[in-house]
Design a binder for this molecule. Structure first.
Ligand SMILES: NC(=O)c1ccc[n+]([C@@H]2O[C@H](COP(=O)([O-])OP(=O)(O)OC[C@H]3O[C@@H](n4cnc5c(N)ncnc54)[C@H](O)[C@@H]3O)[C@@H](O)[C@H]2O)c1
Length: 96
């Protein structure tokens, strides 16, 4: 998928409060993607930063990726909010 394909796509990004996940979330939104941003605590700071850019939108979610129930609930909210889920570059799935 090239960057030009990201406009209107929705990506689920884990560990997005800091480090690589945060940078991935920002870069995706700058390319026009909507981001379901999850971390152990709701990553409100990165969501505010993304939404202030006026490009892709961000939905912050508290979600422990070690819990299938929490992941299912978070994905459901992302689909309800943005209408689809097109990808999930996950940087903490090694923990599952
Ligand atoms: N930073 C690097 O250069 C680099 C290079 C190669 C690999 N890695 C690996 O990539 C991963 C992320 O690195 P980073 O530097 O971005 O780390 P980081 O600690 O800055 O970010 C990890 C984020 O994941 C969140 N997180 C942890 N457990 C979680 C869980 N169960 N559910 C949801 N969120 C959870 C943390 O709260 C944190 O916000 C690590 O496993 C690291 O070893 C990092």
């Amino acid at each position: 998928m090239s960057y030009t394909d990201l406009k209107g796509k929705t990506i689920f990004v884990t560990g997005s409060a800091s480090g690589m996940g945060r940078q991935v979330a920002l870069l995706l939104a700058q390319q026009g993607a909507n981001v379901g941003a999850c971390d152990l605590k709701e990553p409100t700071e990165v969501a505010e930063q993304i939404n202030a850019l006026g490009q892709g939108k961000c939905l912050p979610l508290a979600c422990n990726v070690q819990s299938p129930k929490e992941v299912s609930a978070a994905v459901k909210k992302v689909v309800e909010t943005f209408g689809s889920l097109d990808g999930k570059p996950s940087d903490v799935l090694h923990l599952t």
